[in-house]
Design a protein around this ligand. Structure first.
Ligand SMILES: Nc1ncnc2c1ncn2[C@@H]1O[C@H](COP(=O)(O)OP(=O)(O)OP(=O)(O)O)[C@@H](O)[C@H]1O
Length: 917
């Protein structure tokens, strides 16, 4: 047969999913098409490489990638400002007032600071500059100074003049505020406006001019005011509308009468603050839109600041004052180059001899000195660490002029000590707050203020010696402002929000876990298969880190539950496949069934699964469980059923897991429904066996944890329409039920239980019934335990002996005349169970209460072959009737004998006699 061409096949449609892409025409191809391509018959000639054309093409020049910015390495900028010599020449009256005020100079009422300020101005009215020989420090050049000891010290201690160099700039005593601002603060402001954060800290002895430099006076505004003016000036030059938003916060750290440090918000509505790690909690940031507004805020803060009069300063600052100027970009689309400019006015180190402080003021003075000392110590250690990072640099350079040269370890210990929170008296809060600066992560500028008087030599010399290593400090890898602010923002979040943030990140990870969980749901067959083929160890519950989350915990529990259920079903399947268990169903081996059933269980428990399951289920805290185990119809052949049964349950864990996963109810319903068994005996046998062990393993651990109040145990024996062997199987199904529910009931606290065992029609032959009776041989023992542990108030045992075809009238009459006694004993149950009990569903539903059996008239079914089938079954009815159990029952009072039980016994005896067993 000739192959047809594709064109002859009209129904064939070729769909190309991924059509070939057309090559994008190059400029050369579009402008200079190859003529040979248009005429393929022409001899192709290899054209020369169009190098000229290519070279003529203009290739857009791309800017080469910028090399990564080198790591910023900046030296700590240290400025030195020499205060003009101020001699206090108060008149007699002012001096008297000064001494009076000095007595009561302890942290003044902020409201009275105006008065003290006025007093200060009145007492420091005269400023004179001493002659050159009266000063201890002179400007050598713009970066160095000469410190000269007083003549007295030169003669006695032979101290020579020293040169301190390396300053970024030295401001002479006659320098103006504007000069200081232009050279020292303006670069900081420019960086600030460019998004770089910075710190300006004023350090020096008391009365050296720190506050004057930082805040100034109305006539000589300080760096804060000048900086604010510059900031708004620059910001307004960028456009009519401010693209940035500025906020100012002012707070102070002061000593609470020597009891400890306190932080106070100096903003108008500010109060006490607290520090958490390196952040100030509750600090108010006041939005400002103009320099005047900011100046007003600063002036108000200065009125609130803690000051006092000392011998060295009529208005000595008794606290560290910190001003933050935050810059925020208003445009959300703009580059987030937020920055903060921090200006710190530290308390000045003071000597007791000069200040004349006593008592609590002396403690406060110690606090102040410690603050300065620790701050300087941190910087010195910082310089030491800088040396360690650059060992080539001689160490002595760092401490050339230092008075104290402790070993390195001592510095490190002191460094840690400075950050320690255990010693509040050294003011760790300031160093903690400025830790990023002290550790070199942010840009910092120091302004050292000194007094030039000859009596100020010691203070000046001490400061210069302490600060001499500062100039060598290098800040490498300075954190970018945006990064810093982001980190700072996170740090400023309360713990709860941080935890949320962490949780969010964790949740993100857990979202992936959740995804995997969902994937596990989708791949549950694989999971279950893994569990099925693995031992108990490998079938350990999947570890989920999110147990703390309720939902995931629920999932975890449910997953374990499903695994436990699956293991039970696995055991059940194994039991079905176990030939010993299969032989148990052979006639005459019924007794052995009960004897070997535990053995089968033991064998299957050898992997430890039940115990494992119990442990797993013990984790179940859910209030609601629905376990719906329904034996579905067994329609197939025996072999098919035997294998189909576990297959049916293969999916049960998945279904149950999914079902139970969604359940949040309070009630538990255990509905075990044995459906119709229509198949052959082997089929029923398999189906029955399934029902035998499913509850035993599944529900025992489950119910051991159940705390619910309502249980409904509905055991429904379906109609057994099949042959005697079918009934035998169906009956056998209930043989194990009491044993199973023995454990169930042991945990039940419910008040109402209804065990409705309804004997339905006995359609089989006498041998069938006989066989059925044998199936219940072991039931009394089980039931006895069951009922002995049951605390129910109401028990209704409805055993209905339905018609038996082989002895229709007699049995029917006997049975129907008997009424059920609720107080039937297990023994009675045992005796009654010798009848092939079968409970139609319809009856069971309607029979939750005790109703006489004669109300119901089950169908009569004739099964002619039943007697022959039962002939093969060696029933031990005689033995059973003569069983000690029966004797035990005889011991009971006649009142305890229920009519139903008696009727059942009579029925069985009639069966025996009529069937000639
Ligand atoms: N450069 C200066 N020009 C004129 N006066 C100055 C200068 N520096 C300081 N003063 C004056 O010296 C006095 C003390 O200055 P200031 O209060 O600033 O010292 P301080 O270092 O802040 O002291 P403390 O640490 O005790 O607060 C103030 O009256 C101030 O006006």
């Amino acid at each position: 047969m000739e192959a047809k061409s594709p064109s002859e096949c009209p129904n064939t449609v070729t769909v190309r999913r991924n059509p070939h892409r057309r090559a994008r025409p190059t400029p050369f191809a579009s402008t200079n098409p190859n003529p040979n391509a248009q005429n393929p018959n022409m001899k192709r000639e290899i054209s020369s490489f169009p190098i000229q054309d290519i070279l003529a093409m203009e290739i857009p020049q791309k800017n080469p990638p910028e090399p990564p910015a080198p790591a910023t390495s900046e030296n700590l900028k240290v400025y030195l400002r020499i205060r003009p010599i101020v001699t206090l020449k108060p008149n007699t009256k002012d001096q008297k007032n000064f001494r009076q005020r000095q007595k009561n100079a302890w942290p003044q009422n902020p409201s009275s600071k105006n008065n003290s300020a006025n007093v200060k101005k009145s007492t420091t009215t005269t400023t004179t500059t001493t002659s050159s020989n009266e000063v201890c420090i002179d400007v050598n050049d713009s970066h160095s100074v000469i410190l000269s000891p007083p003549a007295s010290l030169q003669d006695s201690k032979r101290i020579k003049s020293e040169v301190y160099e390396g300053f970024s700039h030295v401001f002479a005593s006659d320098s103006s505020q504007n000069e200081v601002f232009e050279k020292m603060v303006k670069p900081l402001v420019d960086d600030f406006l460019n998004g770089k954060s910075g710190l300006l800290a004023a350090l020096g002895p008391s009365g050296s001019g720190k506050t004057h430099t930082v805040f100034g006076t109305p006539r000589e505004p300080g760096m804060v005011h000048l900086a604010l003016e510059q900031i708004f000036k620059e910001a307004q030059q960028c456009g009519s509308k401010l693209t940035r938003e500025f906020k100012v916060s002012v707070f102070e750290i002061y000593s609470d009468r020597g009891k400890g440090e306190k932080i106070s918000d100096l903003s108008p509505d500010g109060g006490d603050l607290s520090m958490q790690q390196a952040t100030i909690k509750g600090l108010q940031e006041v939005a400002i839109s103009s320099a005047a507004q900011a100046e007003s805020l600063i002036a108000c803060a200065m009125l609130k600041r803690t000051t006092a009069m000392t011998n060295t300063n009529s208005q000595s600052s008794r606290s560290q004052c910190i001003i933050n100027i935050h810059s925020f970009v208003r445009d959300p689309d703009a580059e987030p180059n937020n920055a903060v400019l921090t200006i710190v006015d530290l308390t000045g180190a003071e000597r007791e001899k000069r200040t004349g402080n006593q008592g609590s003021r002396l403690i406060e003075s110690n606090f102040i000195n410690n603050t300065s000392m620790v701050f300087g110590l941190c910087l010195r250690v910082r310089s030491l660490l800088e040396h360690q990072s650059n060992p080539k640099k001689p160490l002595k350079m760092h401490f050339k002029n230092s008075m104290v040269k402790p070993p390195i370890n001592e510095y490190l210990v002191a460094y840690e000590f400075a950050y320690s929170t255990q010693f509040d008296f050294i003011s760790p809060q300031l160093t903690r707050y400025l830790r990023d600066y002290l550790e070199g992560k942010r840009r910092m500028t120091l302004i050292l203020t000194v007094k030039p008087g000859e009596y100020d030599y010691s203070d000046t010399s001490y400061l210069l010696r302490q600060a001499s290593p500062f100039m060598k400090i290098k800040f490498t890898n300075v954190e970018e402002p945006s990064m810093f602010l982001n980190k700072r923002h996170i740090e400023m979040l309360p713990r709860v929000e941080q935890a949320k943030k962490m949780k969010c990140s964790g949740r993100y990870a857990k979202t992936e876990e959740g995804k995997s969980v969902r994937d596990e749901h989708q791949l549950l067959p694989k999971v279950t298969k893994r569990i099925y083929t693995s031992d108990s160890v490998s079938a350990a519950p999947v570890k989920l880190d999110s147990v703390d989350l309720p939902r995931e915990r629920n999932h975890h529990v449910m997953q374990n539950f499903a695994k436990a259920l699956w293991n039970v079903l696995k055991q059940y399947k194994e039991k079905l496949m176990d030939p010993r268990c299969q032989n148990d169903f052979e006639p005459g081996n019924d007794q052995d069934v009960f004897a070997e059933a535990p053995e089968c269980n033991t064998t299957q428990k050898s992997d430890g699964t039940p115990g494992h399951d119990q442990n797993i289920i013990s984790e179940i805290e859910e209030s609601v469980h629905f376990l719906n185990l329904k034996a579905i119809e067994c329609d197939g052949s025996p072999r098919k059923d035997r294998e189909a049964t576990p297959k049916k349950y293969d999916s049960t864990p998945i279904q149950d897991q999914n079902v139970i996963y969604e359940i949040e109810e309070k009630d538990h319903f255990l509905n075990l429904k044995a459906s119709e068994c229509d198949g052959s005996p082997r089929k029923d046998q398999g189906a029955t066996k399934k029902c035998d062990y499913t509850p035993r393993h599944d529900q025992q651990p489950i119910f051991s944890q159940i705390e619910e109040k309502d249980y409904f145990l509905n055991l429904k024996a379906p109609e057994c329409d099949g042959s005697a062997r079918k009934d035998q199987g169906a009956t056998k199904k209930y043989n194990y039920t009491p044993g199973h529910y023995q454990h169930v009931f042991s945990q039940i606290e419910e008040k109402d239980h209804f065990l409705n065992l309804k004997a339905s029609e006995c359609n089989g032959s006498p041998r069938k019934d006989q066989g059925a009776t044998k199936k219940y041989d072991d039931i009394p023992g089980h039931d006895q335990h069951v009922f002995s542990q049951t605390e129910e108030h109401v028990h209704s045992l409805n055993l209905r002996a339905s018609e038996c075809d082989d002895s229709p009238r007699k049995y029917q009459d006997v049975v129907t005349k008997k009424s059920l006694d609720p107080s039937v004993s297990p023994k009675d149950v045992a005796s009654t169970q010798k009848c092939n009990l079968d409970v139609p569903e319809s009856e069971l539903l309607s029979d939750s209460s005790c109703k006489p059996l004669n109300v119901l008239k089950p169908k009569r079914r004739l099964l002619p072959a039943s007697s022959t089938l039962l002939r093969d079954i060696p029933l031990g009815i005689e033995d059973e009737s003569e069983n000690p159990k029966g004797n035990r029952g005889a011991k009971k009072s006649a009142a305890e004998e229920t009519k139903r039980t008696q009727g059942s016994i009579s029925l069985l005896r009639l069966l025996q006699s009529n069937l000639h067993v």
